[in-house]
Design a protein around this ligand. Sequence first.
Ligand SMILES: CC(C)(COP(=O)(O)OP(=O)(O)OC[C@H]1O[C@@H](n2cnc3c(N)ncnc32)[C@H](O)[C@@H]1OP(=O)(O)O)[C@@H](O)C(=O)NCCC(=O)NCCS
Length: 168
Amino acid sequence: MKVVIRNYQKSDYEVCRSLWVELTHHHRDIYEDPSIGGDDPGYGFDEYLENPRRQGTWVAELGGQVVAFGGLLCHSEEGEVEPVVVSQPYRDKGIGTRLVEHVVGEAKKKKVRFLYIRPVARNERAISLYVRLGFNTVGAVDLLQDLSSSYDRKWKPGIRIFDNELSY
Ligand SMILES: CC(C)(COP(=O)(O)OP(=O)(O)OC[C@H]1O[C@@H](n2cnc3c(N)ncnc32)[C@H](O)[C@@H]1OP(=O)(O)O)[C@@H](O)C(=O)NCCC(=O)NCCS
């Protein structure tokens, strides 16, 4: 079936908020941490809509049904593809690729110079996809210390940056 990418409109609010919930659940799953996203895992979507850096939001429709959405944030000459989420049953069918390519095209139109995409380090499949789509330069690296005592998140060993063995 043909995938149509179009601008987000107000009537897409509920479906996109539930896609945001799926995004949050994906992060809960990969980190085995049910606390991610708090009590209202869709709330991040409301915050996203209010983000003054939001330049555009697009949905992917399959057979008239919204199954994915993505966005572009901009700040001076920098842009960021954020968020990207495809509903679970529709993953691995090329929809994420279409959506990211669309957002890259919009960033080019807006004369963005450096376009970022910031998956969490644990999101291995997403990272591989984005590298394949041309995001093959590392900008900044987020290093963190886990100071929490309330939830014992298990970090995985096995990521290397220069001569440093790190966890992710
Ligand atoms: C990450 C995500 C956005 C990718 O979207 P997607 O629609 O699944 O991605 P695609 O189908 O374009 O590509 C995924 C794989 O399917 C393959 N594929 C692409 N077109 C295909 C097609 N027509 N038929 C079958 N497989 C296809 C690709 O080769 C790719 O393989 P890879 O994983 O080895 O790179 C989606 O999986 C998702 O929403 N995940 C959960 C939330 C998330 O992680 N979001 C990103 C946060 S940064």
